[in-house]
Design a protein around this ligand. Structure first.
Ligand code: T4K
Length: 402
């Protein structure tokens, strides 16, 4: 029997929305005890003990000599670019969250968008090499969906160009490349601990590096350039993580394995349920690498699927499954970049195609296997009744048009 669909007149599959990125919640008793400790000591921010414990734990997990906590990954990227004295053009993928581009632009750098590999969705090394100019100041790879870039090939391009290779590792906590830990890749990497991430600190980020001098500079820069109480030794900003965030971060890190295991089980269920549909392709995480499974990414193949990506997302939203079109459109099509000559001239066929065909589905500890079965049943029902679904969507759009 096909599952009833809200778009065809049934009640929504869920009374409450099922989000992509619903936060994982750490153990409440541990959280409450630490909050009491924090309140008792009155140490709320400025390199406090919980931030130090958080940094030590992140460093341990990622194989980093230094994990420098930041208030979010966007500021982490900005402070890192500033600390490395990067200037000119920064080569990066367009198929990423807009923060990657904004961080560079905010630092007065020029993002140069290049295409991604169609399988891994990460920066294409050949396209990267072709984009190098005398103005290139750095290469920023993005370990999208927790899949590490082709690091060795990008490293070769960066070395030939004589520029630093850094990584936006916002999605990549707990991931590996050829068995190597995250912090061993490039000059430095930036992880996000935003509420929607596999492990979060409400808002937060961390720069990972094995370079002692760079780490010391990052620590100064995140705290106004203060060295000791009264001496300002350099330009700085306020990119500090506070103690409350670190308390949440510690709680999530302690439960990281459990969260990842839940994600892994969810991914297995999605694969089993969706694999029979020729038009749906679940993102293939590389075998043999560690990942955190925090994104369930599906490509809707327009040649094989009876409904398009946009139609499927619309159907799911009506059933209260808030599937997301990450990352659509690509950064080069977003303001302010779409108005820049360098973006208008960009030819990014893979990015264009992926941003039309990719959707992300809910996972994490905020949903359960029964939820996933219901979500998959909605997708199956929509595909099985594609002509009726399409007609119902057209009718809804007509009736809600101004
Ligand atoms: N680089 C990359 C590649 C990134 O993906 C990101 C961030 C960054 C850099 C920058 O990292 P941060 O500076 O943020 O540390 C979200 C996040 O805001 C963003 O952190 C993340 N990437 C991006 C992929 O997703 P939105 O606009 O899609 O999130 P939002 O607010 O719609 O949240 C998703 C859903 O989750 C909501 O619709 C409801 C639910 N939710 C969300 C929050 C925050 C909750 O239930 N509770 C919550 O507290 O950007």
């Amino acid at each position: 029997m096909t599952h009833p669909l809200a778009v065809l007149g049934s009640p929504p599959a869920f009374n409450e929305p099922r989000h992509v990125g619903m936060p994982n919640i750490p153990d409440r008793a541990v959280l409450h005890a630490r909050l009491d400790e924090l309140l008792d000591t009155r140490r709320l921010t400025n390199d406090g003990p919980f931030v130090r414990r958080f940094e030590a734990m992140v460093a341990d997990m990622t194989g980093a000599r230094h994990a420098v906590a930041m208030c979010n990954a966007t500021l982490g990227l900005q402070v890192l670019m500033r600390a490395l004295n990067i200037s000119g053009e920064v080569i990066m993928p367009s198929f990423t969250f807009v923060a990657t581009a904004h961080a560079a632009q905010w630092e007065g750098l020029q993002p140069v968008f290049v295409d991604v590999d169609p399988i891994s969705h990460t920066l294409d090394p050949a396209c990267t090499a072709a984009a190098v100019t005398p103005r290139t100041g750095a290469i920023v790879g993005v370990h999208l969906w927790g899949s590490t870039c082709d690091v060795d090939a990008l490293d070769a391009v960066a070395q030939a160009a004589g520029v630093p290779l850094i990584f936006d590792a916002a999605h990549a906590l707990g991931c590996s490349y050829k068995g190597r830990p995250l912090a061993s890749l490039g000059v430095a990497s930036v992880v996000s601990f935003h509420a929607t991430k596999v492990a979060h600190s409400l808002e937060g980020g961390a720069v990972l590096t094995n370079d002692d001098a760079l780490a010391a500079k990052l620590r100064l820069m995140r705290n106004f350039g203060f060295q000791g109480y009264d001496r300002v030794s350099s330009l700085g900003t306020n990119a500090k993580m506070n103690e409350m965030c670190a308390v949440f971060g510690l709680g999530c890190l302690e439960e990281f394995d459990r969260i990842v295991d839940t994600n892994r089980q969810h991914m297995a269920r999605y694969k089993t349920r969706l694999a029979p549909h020729a038009g749906l392709e679940i993102y293939p995480y590389a075998a043999g690498e560690k990942t955190n499974w925090q994104y369930v990414v599906v490509r809707v193949d327009p040649a094989l699927s009876p409904l398009s990506r946009d139609e499927l997302v619309e159907v799911l939203h009506i059933d209260n499954v808030l599937a997301r079109k990450y990352f659509s459109p690509g950064c080069h099509r977003l303001p302010p970049y779409c108005d820049m000559a360098v973006s208008r001239q960009a030819e990014l066929p893979v990015t264009e195609r992926l941003s039309r065909e990719i959707l992300a589905l809910p996972t994490g500890t905020g949903v359960c296997i029964d939820d996933i079965d219901t979500i998959c049943a909605c997708i199956e029902a929509a595909l099985a009744q594609a002509p009726q679904v399409r007609a119902a969507l057209v009718a809804r759009r007509t009736s809600t048009a101004p």
